[in-house]
Design a protein around this ligand. Structure first.
Ligand SMILES: [Zn+2]
Length: 74
């Protein structure tokens, strides 16, 4: 089931998608009233898990951490 238009609850379709490794942005357009809006899709993070992961990274930082190679953005 596609997202309903926030204005009229009409049916919407994706008009453009912009994806990156971290998130996906979509431009949707209402078929009824032509209203355009954006949606964002990203990984849902459990805060407890994130805290745990940070602790692990922190604990083993000096052990195996290497400076990541610089990459161009985009
Ligand atoms: Zn609409």
């Amino acid at each position: 089931m596609a997202l309903a238009c926030p204005k009229c609850l009409g049916e919407t379709e994706v008009s453009c998608t912009n994806s990156s490794p971290a998130f996906v942005e979509r431009w949707r357009k209402c078929k009824e009233c032509n209203y355009s809006f954006q949606t964002v899709e990203f990984i849902k993070v459990d805060m407890a898990l994130l805290e745990y992961a940070n602790d692990i990274v922190e604990a083993y930082k000096g052990y195996f951490y290497k400076e990541p190679k610089q990459k161009g953005k985009g």
